[in-house]
Design a protein around this ligand. Structure first.
Ligand code: MD3
Ligand code: FE
Length: 220
């Protein structure tokens, strides 16, 4: 089949909110965000107007291919000094925009649905992937309390998520993530290596040629 034709068929055929447990502690809620997509996308627009997406520099001096911004009391940043959470946007010197209510409620509802009651994130990282952008295999370890889950929301173009083990070289599972999917990563999944393969070309009806991922964390 021609490549462009194949992409037409690359859509999610699971029923909305079908629950999948792809390893202990990781719960995939297919389409969980779809019923709130318009409100969520409007809120994303508001945040990135106040704190524009930017490609940060790694401690090693490389520019990341994913563009990022944040909202909430804390935001994840990277520069030559390292990775950390900061209450201020280093680009403006001002606090990150407040977390929109629709974000906090979505994250809370998804966590509750996966068995984590009362999840109250203080940080939301917004990742924007354009075709070719990727996230290399890493662990999320800049948060204080690893017993708190991370909730991720996928919007726009589909991506292939890599889900490894507790050691970098462990075999990785490939999981396709689609617009509206939400994943709750807690318990034994929390410290597993993960990444995102280079985004394939495409056009999403609401977002155009990009994927946006929201990750909600309790950082402090
Ligand atoms: C599994 N983002 O921002 S979200 C990140 O799609 C990040 O933008 C990816 O990894 C993205 O750090 C993946 C899914 C995710 C987030 C955190 C995790 C999976 C995780 C933490 C532990 C295990
Ligand atoms: Fe991560």
């Amino acid at each position: 089949m021609h490549g462009a034709t194949a992409e037409l068929f690359e859509t999610n055929s699971d029923p909305p909110s079908a629950r999948q447990l792809f390893c202990k502690g990781a719960v995939l809620l297919r389409g969980f965000a779809l019923s709130r997509e318009r409100e969520v996308l409007r809120a994303v627009g508001g945040v990135i107007r106040a704190a524009p997406l930017r490609r940060m520099i790694t401690p090693g001096g490389l520019r990341m291919s994913v563009a990022m911004s944040n909202c909430g009391n804390l935001g994840w940043i990277s520069d030559r000094l390292g990775y950390r959470y900061s209450p201020d946007d280093p680009q403006s010197g001002k606090p990150w925009p407040a977390m929109p209510k629709v974000f906090a409620q979505l994250a809370r509802d998804a966590a509750a649905s996966a068995g984590f009651a009362d999840f109250a994130p203080d940080a939301c990282l917004i990742n924007r992937y354009e075709p070719g952008a990727k996230l290399s295999l890493h662990q999320d370890r800049d948060e204080r309390d690893f017993s708190q889950p991370i909730v991720s929301v996928s919007l726009g173009l589909p991506a292939t998520f890599l889900f490894g083990g507790l050691v970098r070289n462990d075999r990785q599972l490939r999981v396709p993530l689609f617009h509206g999917d939400v994943v709750v990563w807690g318990g034994p999944a929390r410290m597993r290596y993960h990444g995102v393969l280079p985004l394939k070309d495409g056009t999403h009806p609401l977002l155009g040629a990009c994927r946006i991922n929201l990750t909600f964390r309790k950082a402090a």
